[in-house]
Design a protein around this ligand. Structure first.
Ligand code: ACO
Length: 323
């Protein structure tokens, strides 16, 4: 049976650090409120002109280097993002050459907001299992700073920019064990950017192009839904909570992460936390956290990882991975 295995990870953060104190100068907020309600202390902001694709290239090259693989042998490039460089071509096509990936490979973007990386991983894993690709570079990359209303304190303090990547390779041994992808569009307007090219430029003047969120309502659904998806993942594999070595969650809010860890009975010491330093980087947050814990030595070969995310759509999902 062919499985996909993670053979390299990489990540990249833009240089500019924006602290909570910096935000105090922009909106009526405080470091204490942001830390207590979200766990965020600082986030990174892309430089003017630095695009999602630019961040994705850096993260992707680091994953390729960590894997020691010739990029010409990569069959598939898939990017989870909601902040693409262009309507088309896809961000994946735009950076394919810069990554050294051979002409003729499969390249595409997947839009599932904060669940974008889990969706992209699930798609790549299925391609590899069914023989459609042997090596897939899966990237989560975002420049959410470009779609924030910097006068709206309820959203602008939450997000940051960054990118993370994993290189998957076909293998006989255990790797990505299962992925679980879901959506429900009924509550789409609780968290959205209510603008898109097909709506035209004139209709939504003023409200166009920025994140709108009813945070409190999203929070409740997120906690409930993530609890269900982690149970589903364990049940599908006949595992118990004690089998998980590391939880690598989407980094939206320390309170959501803590609630999910509690429902799993996993102490926070076994949860990879980067929300304090990265904020919510949407589709980039899980691969950024994964790469951080791989490089600092916490995550070791053979560890069982549970990745989980919830985001706009609503979309949600998980992946169980033997690293
Ligand atoms: N600074 C100070 N006060 C603030 C700020 C701020 N930055 N933002 C809101 N407040 C105020 C509100 O106005 C409100 O004041 P009021 O009581 O006088 O009306 C008060 O703080 C409480 O507001 P709530 O929205 O109830 O605060 P809550 O505890 O829910 O925290 C938060 C807000 C952090 C947004 C939380 O609801 C959350 O994390 N939600 C889920 C986010 C999420 O997971 N999103 C999914 C992924 S993102 C994606 O897919 C793109």
């Amino acid at each position: 049976m062919i499985r996909s295995r993670i053979v390299g990870t990489g990540s990249y953060l833009p240089e500019r650090v924006m602290t909570n104190a910096d935000l105090e100068k922009l909106v009526d907020t405080s470091d204490t409120w942001i830390r207590e309600r979200t766990g965020i202390r600082e986030r990174r902001i892309a430089a003017p002109g630095q695009t999602t694709g630019d961040l994705a290239v850096e993260a992707g090259l680091r994953a390729i280097e960590a894997a020691g693989v010739d990029p010409q042998e990569i069959d598939m490039l898939i990017i989870g993002t909601s902040t693409p460089d262009a309507v088309f071509p896809s961000t994946a096509c735009l950076i394919q050459q810069r990554l050294g990936i051979r002409p003729g490979a499969i390249a595409m973007d997947v839009a599932a907001a904060c669940t974008g990386f889990i969706y992209a991983l699930g798609v790549a894993d299925r391609f590899i299992r069914t023989g459609g690709a042997r090596r897939a570079l899966v990237i989560g990359a975002e420049t959410f700073s470009r779609i924030l209303n910097w006068e709206d304190r309820t959203t602008c303090v939450l997000f940051g920019d960054g990118a993370g990547a994993v290189l998957l390779e076909a293998s006989d041994s255990e790797g990505v064990i299962s992925t679980h992808l879901h959506s429900d569009g009924i509550n789409a307007d609780l968290l959205h950017v209510p603008w898109g090219v097909s709506q035209g430029y004139d209709q939504l003047q003023g409200a166009a192009g920025t994140v709108h969120m009813r945070g409190n309502e999203v929070f409740k659904v997120a906690v409930r839904t993530l609890g269900r998806v982690v149970d589903e993942t364990l049940e599908a594999n006949g595992l118990s909570r004690a089998d998980i070595d590391w939880v690598v969650p989407h980094q939206a809010n320390i309170r959501i992460i803590s609630a999910t860890a509690r429902s799993l009975d996993v102490p926070l010491e076994r949860v990879v936390l980067t929300v304090d330093k990265h904020g919510n980087t949407s589709a980039a947050s899980i691969p950024l956290a994964l790469d951080t814990a791989v490089r600092d030595g916490r995550i070791q070969r053979g560890n069982l990882l549970l990745l989980e995310a919830f985001g706009a759509g609503f979309t949600w999902g998980s992946a169980l991975v033997r690293y």
